[in-house]
Design a protein around this ligand. Structure first.
Ligand SMILES: Nc1ncnc2c1ncn2[C@@H]1O[C@H](COP(=O)(O)OP(=O)(O)OP(=O)(O)O)[C@@H](O)[C@H]1O
Length: 973
């Protein structure tokens, strides 16, 4: 057994912090603890009574002792002292023990070093007190041992005295030698060859203690017949180990010191001389060192050098003074006036001692012997288990498995917690980047689209955004990424349609060109218009689908390329074609205008010389106007009468002769036509079709039917121009729709890419998008409501024009036909939200072609301007009464100067209040004046995918806001 008292080797000592006495070891841990200081005031001794000494000290309560001088005495020094406990003359030693030092003493039973010592002037009652305390402690120790059968206790005792600065062994008086103090690096200060005896029982221990007392140096002085002339230290070492059955190899070990100091004395009072005087000098010297150590410790251990080594007493008690021990000091006092000054010195010492802090720890040792024994037993048990499998062992294995599982679960929980922490941290970061002065805090939540920017997990708000995101992602993936080939297929189909459309347009334009050729001999304006139109048509014919090399629908994709790479290529190609379509659309617009102009220039019935069409007419101008109509060749004539408006008809049928529409081929008509043509048929050089002259029916028409014929052609021409106009309009619509469909595809591809970038592997068909739960699609009304709420919140987040919001809100009420518009709006807003999140409040410097990039701040500014506009409108669109009623209802102060603006600022301010949204929309509608449905059509929104035009309607502000940066615009066809 290795015991460190206090010098057990560190490698074998396991120290934990001290427990509160009476508590579980290591339970209520105390890092630092002040020395417990109590004062015991004894009664007047017989000697003092005889000398008529007066009582100078009085215990006013359990903690205070007060100096009570005689009436004539003048007191200048402190008269009242307070301590942990003060015991008056009537208090028994048992009380002093129980209330003052018991807890400290019994700490030793739980591995904590403890020291109890008595300090005081000679004959103040130190020995009287310490003998009683030791007795009580021994009783309690053995009582505890009896009550703790699970532990095996061992009590050892050693006793020494320091007499005239010599250390003597009280249990080995035979030696008569002065024992040396050694400094052991591991054990600290040890007394060489000090006998340590193991107490067999309490009686034995008492006996040994008695031996120590008996061996102590005692002398008679004037103050005390049996004055202790030395410092006595009785050390009990208490070791306890759990009994063997528990397989525990660790033991508590602690020392309990009972220190009875020699009393400070004045030679004048003790009348000491000779040996007594010398003893007194040593006593006072060592007590002075003790006082110095205490004083230094009382102002802090780092106050400098602590002179422990200046006396043997302080060297031996070093651990009890500011070290690894719990310490209690009992300061004994004589109440006599004659010892008042000595008593005050004792109280001053006690006062300093109160400030000394110790660091007590639980001392545990591992016995090598016990350890080996334990390991041997363990090996034997395991060997036995191996030989005969124990069914209980299976249980243990299961328990082990369960423990492993629990460990894994804990690990997962920790991981989840760390992820939550990470999210929180990012949110904090987000908050820091986007200051909290953002007008709508909840907006930030929705501005986070990607997982890395998720807002704090916060109930419905996030739930809705998350659901929307997941729904969108899922839908997107189902539509696009879940089957990327389908998406490719869709693109191909679109291209095919686009190609068809181009071919139809080309065929129709052929017809149109020929038709226009027929009008070349019209008036000057018409001729110019026609020339322009022809040029445009030529230009349009030049526009062919650029991607003839595009693989046909159903062709196999290159297998060595990733789906996304192919899709990217497709998008790039679509982008190229997009400009073609845009050109086509623009040229169709021009053609339409020209046709309108042409229609205007066509001879009206008023212009026609109905009664003066004969070759002999005197008005060559009027006659000339008629000529083009009369000079059309047969092919054009037939084409003219064949409306090219139907795209389907624009196929082969358009070019075929339509017998039913052929003009009457009567002889009269032919002769009349012929007669006219003789003079007026345009020559080839004028653009007429000379080859058709021979076969034209006009040649065979008679002049009698000429007027009728002209009229008929006139009507046909008008009709055809109208048809062409309608057809061009239809072409435009189809181009727009084609454009729109491509937009949708692009959106899908962008999402596909985003999802791919986010780590969702699409190519292996493993859709890693967190499936919320496969549920049957919700009915449209429900979906509509949810989407609308998402849109409203996104409007709010992105600071979208409230006029746009109003238009959209009022237009789309939940028809099934609204689905596509809702989806488009949602997708655009989602993009915008992401875009705003990415660029934050920064206002990017305008770049070429990128002038309208929006930031959060620019959106807010635009919205503020819009609100100012609406505020102005309140004056003209509302009566004073209406305004006032609204102010009251919307809680705007009536007396405020900016109440209109205040009111408008409240519009569309709460995306979560349905009633508020409805009312806001109605008010904005009234202010802007697009009510009645006259100005608003759903198609406005459909066509909004086009880049901003110069249209000035408010709804186009959305496009102004939503002008994507160039990298996105490359995809927006
Ligand atoms: N609380 C007390 N009640 C009654 N008598 C006491 C009390 N304390 C001390 N005495 C008596 O006072 C006398 C002196 O006590 P004691 O020897 O314990 O003093 P001391 O402080 O140890 O002196 P010294 O330092 O000289 O050894 C003894 O006769 C003792 O019985």
């Amino acid at each position: 057994m290795t015991i460190r008292t206090p010098g057990t080797p560190a490698s074998k000592v396991d120290k934990t912090q001290a427990a509160t006495p009476g508590g579980t070891p290591g339970g209520n841990r105390v890092r630092e603890e002040k020395i417990v200081v109590t004062v015991r005031l004894r009664p007047l001794s017989k000697r003092e009574q005889v000398s008529k000494d007066q009582i100078a000290w009085e215990c006013t309560d359990d903690h205070t002792i007060v100096y009570s001088p005689s009436p004539h005495e003048r007191v200048t020094l402190p008269a009242s002292f307070t301590f942990d406990k003060v015991f008056g003359p009537d208090c028994s030693t048992e009380t002093v023990y129980e209330d003052g030092v018991k807890t400290v003493a019994l700490s030793a039973l739980m591995g904590i070093n403890a020291t109890i010592f008595a300090y005081g002037q000679t004959s103040s009652g130190k020995t009287y007190t310490m003998r009683g305390i030791t007795e009580k402690a021994v009783n309690d120790i053995y009582m505890h041992i009896m009550n703790t059968p699970e532990r095996d206790f061992r009590i050892k005792i050693s006793g020494l005295e320091i007499y005239n600065e010599n250390v003597r062994d009280l249990l080995n008086s035979e030696s008569g030698r002065n024992l040396k103090l050694l400094d052991d690096p591991e054990k600290g200060t040890v007394v060489e060859k000090l006998v340590e005896e193991t107490a067999k029982d309490d009686q034995h221990l008492r006996h040994l203690i008695h031996v120590c007392d008996a061996q102590r140096q005692v002398g008679e002085t004037a103050l005390n017949d049996t004055s202790s002339r030395s410092h006595q230290i009785i050390r009990l070492t208490v070791e306890s180990t759990l009994r063997e059955s528990s397989n525990c190899v660790r033991s508590y070990v602690a020392s309990l010191n009972f220190v009875d100091l020699a009393g400070s004395e004045r030679a004048s009072q003790t009348n000491a001389e000779g040996a007594r005087l010398r003893e007194g000098c040593h006593i006072n010297l060592s007590l002075m060192t003790l006082t110095t150590v205490i004083r230094k410790l009382s102002v802090g251990k780092r106050s400098g050098h602590i002179p422990y080594r200046d006396s043997k007493l302080t060297r031996i008690l070093q651990h009890s003074l500011g070290g690894n021990a719990r310490t209690a000091i009992i300061c004994t006092l004589s109440p006599a006036t004659s010892h008042a000054e000595q008593s005050r010195n004792t109280l001053l010492f006690a006062t300093r001692a109160k400030e000394v802090t110790n660091n007590a720890q639980v001392n545990m040792v591992i016995s090598d012997k016990q350890l080996v024994k334990h390991l041997q037993k363990e090996v034997a048990r395991l060997e036995a288990e191996l030989r005969t499998p124990d069914p209980a062992n299976e249980k243990e294995i299961k328990i082990l498995q369960m423990e492993k599982e629990m460990e894994e679960l804990r690990r997962q929980r920790d991981l989840a917690q760390s992820q939550v922490e990470e999210l929180r941290r990012k949110l904090e970061e987000e908050k820091r980047i986007k200051p909290s002065d953002s007008p709508i805090p909840s907006a930030k939540k929705c501005l986070s689209f990607s997982g890395t920017l998720l807002p704090k997990i916060d109930g419905r708000e996030l739930g809705r955004c998350e659901r929307a995101r997941h729904a969108l992602a899922r839908q997107s993936l189902r539509q696009s990424s879940a089957a990327p080939f389908t998406l490719m297929h869709e693109i191909r189909k679109l291209e095919h349609l686009q190609e068809q459309l181009g071919e139809e347009a080309t065929r129709a334009l052929d017809v149109l060109q020929k038709e226009v050729s027929c009008h070349r001999l019209g008036n000057q304006d018409a001729a110019e218009t026609i020339a322009k139109l022809q040029a445009e048509i030529r230009g349009m014919r030049d526009i062919q689908p650029a991607a003839k090399e595009v693989v046909e629908v159903g062709n196999v994709l290159p297998v060595n390329k990733s789906i996304s790479a192919n899709l990217k290529e497709e998008i790039t190609r679509l982008h190229t074609q997009g400009s073609t379509i845009a050109d086509l659309e623009e040229k169709l617009e021009n053609v339409q205008k020209s046709i309108e102009k042409l229609a205007m220039s066509l001879p009206t019935k008023r212009d026609q010389p109905c009664t003066d069409i004969s070759p002999k007419t005197k008005n060559p101008e009027k006659k000339k106007k008629l000529l083009p109509l009369a000079s059309n060749n047969s092919l054009n004539m037939q084409n003219l009468l064949k409306s090219p408006c139907s795209p389907l008809m624009a196929s082969q049928q358009v070019m075929d002769r339509d017998i039913e529409n052929r003009p009457p081929a009567s002889d009269a008509l032919s002769s009349e036509t012929h007669s006219v043509s003789d003079k007026d048929t345009p020559t080839k050089s004028e653009g007429g079709d000379a080859s058709s002259k021979e076969s034209t029916p006009y040649r065979r028409s008679s002049s009698v039917n000429m007027r009728r014929m002209q009229k008929m052609f006139q009507n046909a021409a008008e009709e055809n121009v109208r048809s062409i106009k309608a057809y061009v309009t239809e072409l435009k619509e189809r181009v727009a729709k084609l454009q729109y469909q491509k937009q949708l595809l692009v959106c899908q591809v962008l999402e596909l890419e985003a999802n791919e970038a986010a780590g969702y592997n699409l190519e292996d068909g493993d859709n890693n998008i967190p499936e919320i739960e496969e549920e049957s699609p919700a009915p449209w009304p429900l979906v509509f409501r949810e989407q609308r709420q998402q849109i409203i919140e996104l409007w709010d987040v992105c600071h979208v024009s409230i006029i746009h919001r109003t238009q959209f809100y009022l237009l789309f009420k939940g028809d099934t036909a609204d689905q596509i518009y809702m989806e488009v709006e949602l997708r655009r807003l989602t993009w915008l939200q992401q875009h705003l999140t990415e660029i934050g409040n920064a206002s990017p410097a305008p770049q070429a072609g990128n002038e309208s990039i929006v930031s959060l701040s620019s959106s807010i500014r635009a919205l503020r301007r819009e609100r100012e506009f609406l505020a102005k409108r309140m004056s003209t669109r509302m009566t004073a009464e209406e305004r006032e009623a609204l102010y009251i209802k919307w809680e705007v102060p009536l007396e405020g100067k900016l109440r209109k603006l205040q009111f408008v600022n409240k519009l569309w301010s709460n995306p979560h209040d349905e009633e508020h949204i409805q009312e806001s929309a109605e008010i904005v509608e009234k202010l802007v004046g697009f009510g009645g449905g006259g100005n608003m059509t759903k198609e406005m929104f459909e066509l909004n995918f086009a880049l901003p035009s110069d249209r000035r309607q408010w709804h186009m502000d959305w496009n102004q806001i939503f002008k994507p940066p160039s990298f996105v615009r490359n995809y927006i066809l």
